[in-house]
Ligand binder design. Structure first.
Ligand code: 6PG
Length: 519
């Protein structure tokens, strides 16, 4: 039996890729871990890796920092009280399974369990209530993949403020850090390296569910961002017949300007990668996209909340369409497209510039949609979300980290009531300067017959949002015609509803409720 001061600070359950790296990150930052996984090999692996990494730094200064546990009961017995337990298990029933096992092992009501997975936010709200009598369920989604988990992720914590007061110093220690004057990420790339200065990419998001909602929207934006880059790649590869290396050169150049982002950076790396015979790897990867569901959840939520998010939805559709590989193959022989086109060198350069601007403007639209969605959902669920702070959290560590997140944070700092990012002066100017190129780019891509759902849906979103009159007047009349659904008039108070008796000869217009006959 360990003495109180020998006990571990944190219990950790689930040692998959994310779990293992979070454990090593926590250990580097001075926290002792009692680790458990259903697979014993994973426990041995993380313990061995922790020792190995310490040896590689200084073989005379190695400490045991990760302790393996063979059961939930043993895990609880190894921890300081009240227990702090981190879960890194797949979203859905595995989370409940672990929670039930912890109850079986004797977890106490003042113990804290942190779910770091991509749980569906409504599940988190339900779980917090369900397990209230047994323990405090806290959630903190993690973004940044394997690398982020190891050297500094973005963390989106939400739930009990008391639990947050305990978790905060630990989370701030392991999170990615940003230079407070430049807003740029402070790089941490080696085991044993610790960054204690800078602003940590974590901040309390709100009550249970809010953090997972924000992470879900992060992932929705991630889908959109990825799809936008993929559409640009598609145009350059098939429309301009550029090689992956040539496209990597273009992306690399773009990454020095406003498109500077992690996703652009990794795309360059991917495009340059060759297999043993020299073929670019990307050319041999099957074009069927996978998805675990967070992008779909964002699109579904946008429909439920009534907040347009077409760039995000298109990104989900693009993955779905990609999965119909055989049907697409068949259709490629049967369905007509335009003639192929050739371009002069000068035309190519112009098109590439248009493509750059189309990406940038579409990216602004994707973020505008994501932030507006969080705003409307926050209103609906009573969460007071701090959008400047959320944008700050995303400046480093996470998958959508990008230079322009600082500008997004500044926009919400200037106006915390900002309804849509495109209406911030900085962003409206950015789009104004580029919108003509965006249009020309999308038009040219369309003439080539290359799908660009995310780029063109973004443009339609932009044009719809800036349209003072939409054809919804005719739509309202159609609804009234077949379903007596009524309409409002521009020359009367909005609350007044009208209906036309379409079936009668006279087609009288009736003001509903007051039932005034109008001439
Ligand atoms: C992150 C990622 C991470 C994961 C996605 C991938 O922020 O670190 O978003 O959560 O990579 O779940 O999702 P898909 O499998 O749906 O692409």
């Amino acid at each position: 039996m360990k003495q109180e001061n020998d006990l571990c600070d944190i219990g950790f359950i689930g040692l998959g890729v994310m779990g293992k790296n979070l454990v090593l990150n926590l250990a580097d930052n001075g926290h002792n871990i009692a680790a458990f996984d259903l697979n014993n090999e994973k426990i041995d692996e993380v313990i061995a890796q922790d020792i190995e990494e310490q040896m590689s730094i200084d073989k005379n200064n190695c400490k045991k920092r990760v302790y393996g546990c063979s059961s939930y009961t043993q895990l609880l017995s190894q921890l300081k009280t009240p227990h702090l337990i981190v879960l890194s298990v797949p979203a859905g029933s595995p989370v409940d399974q672990v929670c039930e096992n912890l109850i079986g092992a004797g977890i106490q009501p003042d113990d804290i369990v942190i779910d770091t997975g991509n749980s569906l936010w409504v599940d988190t709200v339900a779980r917090e209530k369900k397990y209230k009598a047994n323990f405090i369920l806290f959630s903190s989604a993690v973004s940044g993949g394997e690398e982020g988990a190891r050297f500094g992720p973005a963390l989106m914590p939400s739930g009990s403020p008391y639990a947050w007061s305990r978790i905060k110093p630990i989370w701030e220690s392991i999170a990615a850090k940003v230079d407070s004057t430049t807003g740029k990420p402070l790089e941490r790339t080696k085991p044993g390296e610790i960054i204690s200065e800078g602003e940590p990419c974590t901040a309390y998001i709100g009550p249970a569910g809010a953090g997972h909602y924000v992470k879900m929207v992060h992932n929705g934006i991630e889908y959109a961002d990825m799809q936008i880059i993929c559409e640009a790649y598609h145009v350059l590869r098939t429309g301009l017949s550029l090689s992956p290396d040539e496209i990597a050169d273009i992306f690399e150049k773009w990454n020095l300007g406003p498109l500077d982002s992690y996703l652009m950076e990794i795309s360059v790396d991917v495009l340059r990668h060759k297999i043993s015979d020299g073929t670019p790897l990307v050319d041999v990867i099957l074009d069927k996209a996978g998805q675990k569901g967070t992008g779909l959840w964002t699109a579904m939520s946008s429909l439920e909340v009534g907040c347009p998010a077409p760039t995000i939805s298109q990104a989900v559709y693009a993955r779905s369409i990609s999965s119909f590989k055989e049907l697409r193959l068949q259709a490629s022989y049967q369905l007509a497209g335009p003639e192929t086109q050739t371009f002069t060198e000068a035309e190519k350069q112009t098109f590439i510039e248009q493509l750059h601007d189309a990406i940038y403007c579409s990216k602004i639209c994707a973020y505008a949609q994501g932030f507006q969605l969080m705003k409307l959902a926050g209103k609906e669920h009573g969460w007071t979300l701090d959008f400047s702070s959320i944008a700050k959290i995303w400046r480093a560590g996470c998958i959508i980290r990008a230079a322009f997140l600082q500008s997004i944070s500044d926009a919400f700092e200037r106006n915390e009531a900002l309804e849509n990012l495109m209406l911030d002066e900085f962003f409206s100017n950015q789009i104004s300067e580029r919108q003509l190129n965006w249009r020309k780019g999308v038009a040219q891509i369309t003439l080539l017959g290359i799908p660009c759902g995310a780029l063109s849906a973004s443009l339609a979103y932009y044009d719809s949002m800036r349209c003072d009159v939409l054809p919804a007047n005719l739509l309202q009349a159609q609804r009234d015609y077949f379903g007596a659904h009524t309409f409002e008039r521009i020359d009367e108070a909005e609350s007044k509803k009208y209906h036309v008796e379409w079936s009668t000869q006279e087609r009288e217009m009736i003001a509903i409720k007051t039932v005034n006959k109008l001439t």
